[in-house]
Write a new protein. Structure first.
Length: 366
């Protein structure tokens, strides 16, 4: 009669089994009454199974431990997360702000001059002289890196550098921006896990706009590029709907990069202004007309009912409507946009790389 073999089942909570426990498990799986002595074939098979299983378990545990983010610290954690995605640890920042020196007109404050609020010192970021009125404002930065506490307006009241001549005092009219400690391992892990759960692998315009809105000074962005390809260009405008400055572009580029995973290549830049000339034929000379119309049209093209609206054209009818509200239409015979060949001027590129602006207002009599 053939003896029935029992199926081999390993406990789910076995952890990392030893060779001995694997061997015993294998032997226990042999049919009832089977000889389990060391010189039997069954025993040799079970021993080979246990040896191989133990080595596989050790290898699996090594891989598991190596992949467990909780086992990484410091630079090892930075490298682990950096290899997987583009997240980097948030570095410590110094407290900073603006102070006002008082003294004799023309007195000089060198770069690196130290001022103090209690035990904390701050250094001037550039040198300057006392202006008319007996004061000058200079930005300062904390000597110590990281969070050194809150400094209200008026907290800085001491000049620590004692070599200044004809400088009588210093203060800060506004609270200082507090410093930031370097991101801890636990905080970095938490942010990494949040990104794994929330990161939009199909990156869309609304996400990029949300990230852009988090940067002070950014008023609007226009987004171009094929999202699936990962190559995207963000054209940034400031709060005045003018092309963003280099400083704003750098800040936005860094902020977006800090939120991205692999697979996306985001370029932040500013659109190039494309000036639309306006032609106005009047019945009689009006010296103030050009300036009045230009101001009214510039205000008009920067009025966005929808913050995501991207203006790509300007029509004669729009111009007529604006001019009608801004000046005396009885004196106007004709209005043109662009070269006058079409009733609507359309930008040479409508992907956001061009920004509509008002060019020369050409007033002629006729």
């Amino acid at each position: 009669m053939t003896k029935e073999r029992r199926s081999l089942t390993l406990p789910s909570d076995i952890g990392l089994p030893t060779y001995e426990s694997l061997l015993q498990t294998a032997l226990d799986a042999l049919p009832e009454g089977e000889d389990r002595s060391e010189n039997t074939l069954y025993y040799q098979e079970a021993s080979a199974f246990a040896l191989l299983g133990n080595e596989l378990m050790i290898g699996a545990r090594f891989v598991y431990d190596a992949m467990d983010i909780n086992n990484r610290r410091g630079r090892e954690l930075d490298a682990f997360i950096g290899d997987y995605c583009k997240l980097t640890r948030r570095l410590a920042k110094r407290a900073e702000g603006e102070v006002t020196f008082t003294g004799t007109v023309g007195a000089y404050i060198p770069q690196g001059t130290l001022v103090a609020a209690g035990d904390e010192q701050f250094a001037t970021l550039w040198g300057d002289t006392i202006k008319e009125g007996g004061t000058v404002n200079i930005d300062v930065q904390a000597v110590k890196v990281g969070n050194i506490g809150y400094f209200a307006a008026g907290a800085i009241d001491n000049i620590a550098t004692n070599t200044l001549v004809n400088i009588t005092g210093v203060t800060n009219a506004k609270p200082l921006i507090n410093g930031v400690d370097e991101e801890t391992d636990d905080a970095f892990r938490t942010r990494y896990r949040w990104h794994l759960q929330h990161f939009p692998y199909n990156l869309n315009d609304s996400t990029l706009r949300e990230w852009s809105a988090e940067v002070d000074g950014i008023g609007q962005v226009r987004i171009a590029g094929k999202k699936g390809s990962g190559n995207i260009t963000v054209y940034a405008l400031d709060n005045n709907y003018e092309p963003a400055s280099e400083q704003l572009i750098t800040s936005l580029q860094a902020h977006i990069a800090g939120n991205l995973f692999y697979g996306f290549n985001i370029l932040v830049t500013a659109p190039v202004a494309e000036a639309v000339p306006i032609g106005i034929k009047v019945k009689k000379t009006d010296d103030s007309l050009a300036a009045t119309v230009k101001e009214a049209l510039e205000r008009h093209i920067k009025t966005y009912p929808d913050p995501n609206y991207v203006r790509t054209d300007l029509s004669v009818w729009e111009v007529i409507n604006v001019v009608e509200k801004a000046t005396n239409m009885d004196n106007i015979n004709n209005i043109t946009v662009g070269d006058g060949s079409k009733p609507v001027y359309t930008l040479s590129a409508t992907d956001g790389s061009k920004l509509l602006s008002i060019g020369d207002i050409n007033v002629t009599v006729g």
